[in-house]
Design a protein around this ligand. Structure first.
Ligand code: ZN
Length: 373
């Protein structure tokens, strides 16, 4: 999931999905223009806007606290966490691997909702405490809203459909009962899909009976849950099939590389049209310095092909566009999806030792899942 990098907590990169900016604005606006004015009509317009803005900021921090709790427990259980991405309905903690046993899965999954429940309780107590002082009414309203929002976060995430926390808890329970991660995932994702359908139908019913906004939100949440459940199952099947498959076992060792001072004209004639690959590593003194793809060449006007050189157009080599021969094929595939590159160089000690394509990985995946079915 693409995101906007914010800061690091406990060594974990925190990123924001772009949808968050829209949601942030919508939440602040709807609270400031309708919710707080109706609840606290005595306050000024600027007080309503301050409350709306602060509520949106604290909502963000509440979701963050929920995700950090998942990540903290995962780390304590020996699972590396790379990134937390906050998006429209919550967050996604990118664990480096799935928990190896149901107990760990249960602990990691239940932590988030528990932290939200604790926050709800704290905000509720604070809101009750400030309600005695009339000059603190702004805070009472804000704290009350935050208590409600954290309770909602806990309840929404406890819906027993994978990949929501409740679905993971359900999966952990089935997993420990049946011993099969694949079957447990199937049950938890199926539940998720059906709950998604239920929420969509409820939303449609509300839309038809006049509650347009609430109904509309439910339809969106239902659709989100359904597609997340679908994707979650595929990911588990994929991870299972590619378990232990290394990049070096799938890459082609035939590396056709390009010198940086080659003209684009010669690159097209002697490489793209001759070898018919769409990506080449660019190497200088046997070391890889970048990659050149058809995409970059297409952006150069044809009349500049003779004068422009590969090194002016190539993508300089960096961690995101190269693979380790000892790396997992699943991670390679995820890197390709993230960068949008279908073919990446495999690099060892600064040298390109192989090339791997998305097709290499997907073919193996298809064969393995066909055999398993
Ligand atoms: Zn969660």
């Amino acid at each position: 999931m693409k995101g906007f990098r914010l800061f690091r907590v406990l060594g974990i990169q925190i990123s924001l999905n772009y949808t968050w900016f829209i949601v942030f604005g919508l939440i602040a606006w709807s609270l400031a223009s309708s919710y707080f004015p109706s609840q606290y009509p005595g306050l000024s317009r600027s007080a309503h806007w301050t409350m709306g803005f602060l509520a949106a900021v604290f909502l963000f921090l509440s979701v963050l606290a929920h995700e950090i709790t998942h990540s903290y427990i995962a780390k304590r259980e020996g699972i590396e966490v790379k990134e937390i991405t906050l998006f429209i309905f919550g967050g996604v903690s990118q664990l480096s691997k799935e928990p190896e046993d149901p107990k760990k899965e249960f602990k990691v999954a239940i932590g988030g909702p528990i932290s939200s429940l604790i926050l709800a309780l704290i905000f509720w107590v604070l809101s009750k405490a400030t309600s005695q002082a009339p000059n603190l009414i702004l805070f009472t309203g804000l704290l009350g809203y935050l208590a409600f929002i954290n309770l909602s976060l806990a309840i929404f995430n406890l819906i027993p459909g994978f990949p929501l926390d409740g679905g993971r808890v359900l999966r952990a329970i089935y997993w420990s009962k049946t011993g099969s991660l694949r079957r447990a995932t199937m049950i938890a994702t199926d539940t998720g899909k059906w709950i998604g359908v239920g929420i969509i139908l409820l939303g449609l019913f509300w839309v038809l009976t006049g509650n347009l906004l609430g109904g509309f939100w439910f339809v969106i949440i239902g659709i989100f849950l359904r597609s997340a459940a679908e994707g979650g199952y595929q990911q588990v099947v994929m991870k299972g099939a590619l378990e232990g498959v290394k990049v070096k076992g799938l890459m082609s060792r035939e590396v056709i590389s390009v010198p940086p001072s080659l003209s684009i004209h010669r690159l097209v004639e002697d490489f793209f049209l001759t070898h018919k690959h769409v990506t080449y590593p660019v190497t200088e003194n046997e070391r890889i310095v970048g990659i050149i793809t058809l995409k970059q060449v297409k952006e150069i006007p044809r009349d500049q092909w003779v004068e422009k050189m590969v090194k002016e157009v190539m993508v300089p080599i960096r961690e995101e566009i190269m693979l380790d021969p000892e790396g997992e094929a699943v991670d390679a595939l995820q890197k390709m999806i993230r960068t949008g590159e279908g073919r990446l160089p495999v690099v060892k000690d600064g040298k390109a030792v192989g090339m791997i394509t998305r097709k290499d990985i997907l073919n193996l995946l298809e064969i393995k899942t066909d055999l398993a079915a």
